[in-house]
Design a protein around this ligand. Structure first.
Ligand code: HEC
Ligand code: HEC
Ligand code: HEC
Ligand code: HEC
Ligand code: HEC
Length: 293
């Protein structure tokens, strides 16, 4: 009997880590399915179609379909690149911290191998399956004070209010998030400076640092959402794949004020040297440096 008990305890100990890892995705398809938001489309059609065109829907595709993580899969191209794509682990892609945070919490190293191989094979269709979906923002990234409020719950979305009976089959509840309307929500991924926590520090987006240390101290009062998500717009422009709209946004945002004065300098009798003084002042209406990243 005693032997049986010990066996049972051993079994439980062995089974625990197995079930924990069983919850993680082993393939790109499994990871995409875990965070699949296509079910939101039927009821939130407008938001869905805005999101689909946004950079958040293609965080590993860069601008105009570029596979910008390719150097990380290419031997010798970066300090992070593995010698062989078959040996890639999540650690070879520190970019996941912001470009695909669900990989950090919910993927096995085998996903990194599959991604490295897909990047080298230029398999855009496969890479495009990895997105910052509705669930990433409205669940995983919706709580930052986890000691006080706990981890985001399964089957719960977070928004601006409580919805006790939410129509979705999996996410049957919406709870009020403390940060959804705050700039710090975006700041989780939009960068404060160099990422010093890695064994090889590097820098990407820094815009939240600029917002916090330049815009706010200069008297700025608006949040990222105030400027970028008017009426809940989930395109969260600019969309750099749309040249026309991007130029229009920039034309509105950047003001170039030029003052000139032309004169002739009487250097010596009967010698007039033409001179011009140009004073330029470039200002923007952005709440941070542009461009960034
Ligand atoms: C069957 C229809 C249906 C589906 C499917 C659905 N929703 Fe909703 N959702 C609603 C309705 C209706 C409301 C508004 C409820 C209210 O105002 O009382 C809502 C509210 C919300 C809110 C809260 C709105 C706020 O003001 O903060 C969020 C966030 C949300 N849904 C996200 C999602 C996401 C993400 C998905 C997909 C995983 C999804 N919904 C799927 C119908 C749906
Ligand atoms: C701190 C979060 C963060 C980390 C870590 C991060 N990025 Fe980014 N990255 C962003 C954000 C946010 C943007 C878009 C906004 C911007 O440019 O300000 C971006 C933009 C980019 C762009 C330019 C835009 C585009 O779509 O082509 C490239 C390329 C890029 N990242 C590559 C990388 C690579 C490679 C890594 C890993 C070595 C990485 N990033 C790590 C947050 C991050
Ligand atoms: C990059 C993060 C991000 C993604 C991705 C995202 N949302 Fe949101 N969503 C937000 C934020 C932030 C707000 C609050 C905006 C504000 O302050 O006005 C919001 C607001 C909402 C609301 C509340 C109503 C409104 O218009 O303000 C609904 C409903 C919603 N989102 C549904 C969705 C659905 C459905 C998807 C996927 C198609 C999605 N969201 C993808 C960040 C995100
Ligand atoms: C989960 C991480 C994450 C969150 C949260 C997030 N972003 Fe992003 N955002 C990114 C990444 C990564 C990109 C770049 C994708 C690419 O490479 O094209 C991006 C792109 C953008 C872009 C397009 C311009 C560009 O340089 O690519 C804008 C604008 C933007 N985000 C604003 C916001 C705002 C405003 C919020 C908060 C409401 C927010 N983001 C929340 C990760 C995030
Ligand atoms: C006062 C309004 C305002 C605030 C606040 C604001 N932005 Fe912007 N943002 C702009 C304008 C204007 C532009 C430039 C025009 C354009 O390209 O849309 C811009 C551009 C961007 C870009 C593109 C950068 C590039 O490389 O061209 C990103 C990403 C972005 N904002 C994210 C954010 C985030 C994240 C926050 C909060 C930390 C934020 N913004 C706060 C107005 C604002």
């Amino acid at each position: 009997m005693k032997g049986f008990k010990i066996m049972l305890v051993l079994l439980v100990i062995i089974a625990l880590p197995l079930t924990a890892s069983a919850q993680k995705a082993k393939t790109i398809d499994e990871l995409a399915k875990m965070f699949d938001s296509s079910g939101c489309k039927s009821c939130h059609a407008e938001i869905y179609s805005q999101w689909e065109k946004s950079h958040h829907a293609r965080p590993l595709m860069g601008v105009k379909g570029g596979l910008m993580l390719t150097p990380l899969a290419t031997k010798g191209a970066t300090a992070f690149s593995p010698d062989d794509p078959k040996k890639a682990t999540l650690k070879n892609f520190p970019c996941f911290k912001c470009h695909l945070p669900q990989a950090v919490t919910s993927a096995e190293d085998s996903v990194a191998v599959e991604l490295a191989e897909a990047l080298l094979a230029k398999d855009s269709a496969k890479v495009a399956k990895l997105q910052i979906t509705c669930i990433v923002c409205h669940n995983n990234k919706a709580i930052i004070h986890k000691r006080e409020l706990g981890e985001p719950e399964k089957g719960v979305l977070y928004g601006s209010k409580n919805v006790d009976a939410h129509g979705d089959k999996t996410f049957t509840k919406v709870k009020k998030s403390a940060i959804m309307h705050e700039s710090v929500f975006c700041g989780q991924c939009h960068g404060q400076g160099p990422n010093l926590e890695f064994d090889q520090a590097f820098q990407c987006a820094n815009l939240y640092g600029s917002y916090m240390h330049a815009y706010i101290p200069a008297g700025g009062t608006q949040t990222c959402q105030d400027c970028h998500m008017k009426k809940g717009d989930h395109l969260i422009a600019p969309n750099f794949n749309d040249d026309k709209a991007t130029s229009e946004l920039l034309a509105k945002a950047i003001n170039l004020d030029v003052q000139t004065i032309g004169y002739e300098w009487l250097r010596k009798a009967a010698t007039y040297v033409p001179k011009i003084v140009v004073e330029t002042k470039i200002t923007t209406t952005a709440g941070h440096r542009i461009p960034d990243g």
